[in-house]
Design a protein around this ligand. Structure first.
Ligand code: HEC
Ligand code: HEC
Length: 196
């Protein structure tokens, strides 16, 4: 009996000490973000075109993306493996950290179809991707100023169904694709790249 009590007390003490550590010393948002900087750039301003910038995006979007990667629900080359090393608290901190930074507009050249892209965006996409896809309020990522090679994959995933963007967006992309065919994606990408 005595032994059990002692054990209970030891466990209690142990868990208090442990939670004390995690309150005082749990990895800060800044510390967590250092791991991401190697690929996503300092403060989430990516310098490599295959890696998306994270700066200034909605915290909810970043958090949800990480959860989806961890659960294997979102198509990825590398992020599914990375996300496995963190928990929901970490994801929330990461979301807050990157969303507090100023959005990064990649300096890149655009092809000649920006005007057409603008028209398509306005009609089929702007309702959910406000301000040309730079608004954090709609929790739908960054389009204008995001790196074209990354965005190209992202857009292809939306057409192939490899990533679930929700029924409503799927319907609009399908509609736009029906009208513009193979010109749709390049025109949209030109439009997004033209803003920097
Ligand atoms: C080894 C390089 C690498 C590291 C390290 C890395 N990422 Fe990524 N990240 C990528 C790539 C590449 C993509 C595009 C998806 C894919 O192919 O995996 C991506 C995509 C993302 C996205 C989706 C962005 C969007 O526009 O939808 C988020 C969010 C993200 N990463 C967050 C993080 C966070 C937070 C960390 C740090 C814990 C991190 N990444 C570390 C390479 C990396
Ligand atoms: C009904 C709302 C809605 C409409 C309309 C819509 N989208 Fe989206 N889009 C979303 C949401 C929500 C997300 C984030 C999905 C997620 O969390 O995975 C998203 C994500 C994206 C992404 C991924 C961004 C990234 O960082 O990986 C791309 C690219 C995209 N949308 C392009 C488009 C284009 C192009 C159109 C118009 C043809 C469009 N969307 C229309 C709601 C919409």
């Amino acid at each position: 009996m005595k032994n059990t009590k002692t054990l209970g007390a030891a466990l209690l003490l142990g868990s208090l000490a442990f939670s004390g550590v995690s309150i005082a010393g749990g990895a800060s948002a800044e510390a967590l973000s250092v791991t991401c900087a190697g690929c996503h750039g300092f403060d989430g301003a990516s310098t490599g075109p295959a890696t998306p910038s994270l700066a200034g995006m909605s915290a909810v979007y970043i958090e949800d993306s990480m959860k989806a990667y961890k659960a294997g629900e979102r198509n990825a080359t590398i992020m599914t493996r990375i996300a496995k090393g963190y928990d929901d608290d970490d994801f929330a901190k990461m979301g807050q950290f990157f969303s507090s930074k100023e959005m990064h507009m990649a300096k890149q050249s655009a092809g000649g179809n920006s005007k057409k892209g603008k028209k398509i965006h306005k009609k089929y996409c702007s309702k959910c991707h406000e301000d040309n896809g730079t608004s954090a309020d709609d929790d739908s990522g960054q389009l204008a100023g995001q790196w074209t090679p990354y965005l190209k994959y992202s857009l292809e995933d939306s057409m192939s169904g490899d990533r679930d963007y929700g029924k409503k967006m799927k319907k609009k992309v399908k509609k736009a694709h029906k009208k513009y065919g193979d010109e749709m994606a390049p025109a949209l990408l030109d439009f997004y790249a033209s803003q920097n």
